[in-house]
Design a protein around this ligand. Structure first.
Ligand SMILES: *Cc1c(COP(=O)(O)O)cnc(C)c1O
Length: 426
């Protein structure tokens, strides 16, 4: 077998493999539907007896090529795109949890995910227990129940910048016969590949570094194919018992390592329909082609900005896991030694009020509800993304009310630092 190619090459060459005379660049299959010459063949597609495209809500060639590229970058077995990161995270859990089930989630996850899990999914009868990501193995064990179906965390938490001890969480999940799902949005597979540390499923908000230019909202789910659903048959009947909505297909028997993604597509996507538009998948693919160039530059710039902030008298605290002395520096060195992400969080000595004044004076860094794209941007979680949370919930989520989330772009680092300087001093 030839040597596995490097991730840089996959960023460029992965996913779309044109045949003789086909378009070199991934085409946008801007078509809801696909033509067949016999009615019988169309029937076989509906029965999952044959592979093929028939309706874009279920599958589209542009989307599949991009999903395959991300799958290869993560080292997974199967993947699917979704319309957003929210849809990816929802599907990843809902694919294996039903009413009456329970799952465990690191308390520091993104505010949108936390709301989805604790409020919306609760209404569906699915309960979540939030755990401190720094919990001991014993504390993690204590959170499991007989009906627990998975464990969820973020490789780098947005915006708390907590680095997940992936091996510890994977061990706990596997001791209890359930998979670990890791949202790898901030680290990206350029810096961290959770499957290499025992995670079973990875999700992404591709809206962030993967797209990289703040152009299109999107998400992705990748399955490692490593979790043995059959060994825990009683916990996952949706995968290991006949699906009445597909003439009794048993996903694990028929699709092996593709079971989880096939079920998520054939059932969850079919019924809920949060498909990514092929046009957006095309744009995402263009972003992916430079991910390996952009991510190291984001990290290099962020480290310079973090060091500058740390040196200032008027800055009360700085969180950046790439910064020596940071609480999560050691974990970052282990799981993402080449770099973490471009996002920094910090607080000014003047607290919540000073944060507003500072942000209003920034010129290059824009106040936007976004993070992790080419342009430097800034946001105050307590007044923006996490507005719904009480101060107590904010603290639990690792969000200090004074926290400024600063997303360092790929402009010249000196220009970004000068912008911060003038906003603090002038
Ligand atoms: C933004 C984000 C999400 C939600 O993704 P959308 O694409 O905005 O739906 C989920 N997880 C993390 C870590 C994020 O940063």
């Amino acid at each position: 077998m030839s040597k596995k190619r490097s991730i840089e090459t996959t960023c460029i060459q992965g996913g779309w493999h044109p045949e003789n005379g086909e378009a070199r660049v991934l085409p946008i299959y801007q078509s809801t539907t696909f033509k067949y010459s016999t009615s019988e063949q169309m029937g076989r597609l509906f029965d999952l007896e044959e592979n093929g495209y028939f309706y874009t809500r279920l599958a589209n060639p542009t989307n599949d090529a991009v999903a395959e590229k991300i799958c290869e970058m993560e080292g997974g077995a199967a993947a699917m795109l979704t319309s957003s990161g929210q849809a990816a995270n929802f599907y990843s859990v809902f694919n294996i949890c039903s009413a009456g089930d329970h799952f465990i989630c690191a308390a520091t996850v993104y505010g949108g995910t936390s709301n989805l899990f604790t409020v919306t999914m609760k209404k569906m009868g699915i309960e979540v227990t939030l755990v401190d990501p720094d919990s001991t193995e014993e504390e993690l064990d204590a959170a499991f129940r007989p009906n627990t179906k998975c464990v969820f965390g973020e490789s780098i938490a947005n915006p708390a910048l907590v680095v997940l001890d992936i091996e510890k969480f994977a061990r706990a999940a596997h001791r209890h016969g359930v998979p670990l799902i890791v949202d790898n949005t901030f680290a990206t597979p350029i810096n961290c590949r959770p499957f290499e540390w025992g995670a079973d499923i990875v999700t992404h908000s591709t809206t962030k570094y993967m797209d990289g230019h703040a152009m299109s909202v999107g998400g992705c789910i990748v399955d490692s194919g490593n979790f043995d659903w059959e060994a825990h048959k009683d916990k996952f009947p949706g995968l290991t018992e006949p699906d009445a909505s597909y003439h009794g297909v048993v996903y694990t028997e028929k699709f092996g390592k593709g079971a989880y993604i096939t079920k998520a597509t054939a059932q969850v996507m079919r019924d809920l329909g949060s498909i990514q538009a092929p046009m957006n998948a095309f744009l995402l693919n263009v972003g992916l082609e430079t991910l390996h160039l952009r991510v190291p530059r984001h990290c290099e710039n962020a480290l310079k900005v973090a060091e500058y902030l740390k040196s200032r008298e008027d800055v009360a605290w700085v969180n950046y896991p790439g910064l020596e002395g940071d609480r999560y520096y050691q974990l970052a060195q282990k799981y993402m030694p080449n770099g973490t992400c471009g996002v920094i969080s910090f607080g000014l000595k003047g607290g919540r009020e000073a944060a507003g004044v500072f942000m209003d004076k920034l010129k290059l860094a824009a106040i936007v509800t976004h993070v992790a794209d080419a342009r430097t941007c800034v946001l105050h979680p307590a007044s923006h993304t996490h507005r719904q949370l009480t101060d107590e919930q904010l603290t639990e989520a690792g969000v200090d009310p004074s926290m400024i989330r600063f997303s360092v772009g790929i402009e010249n680092a000196d220009d970004i630092i000068e912008d911060i300087r003038q906003a603090l001093e002038d």
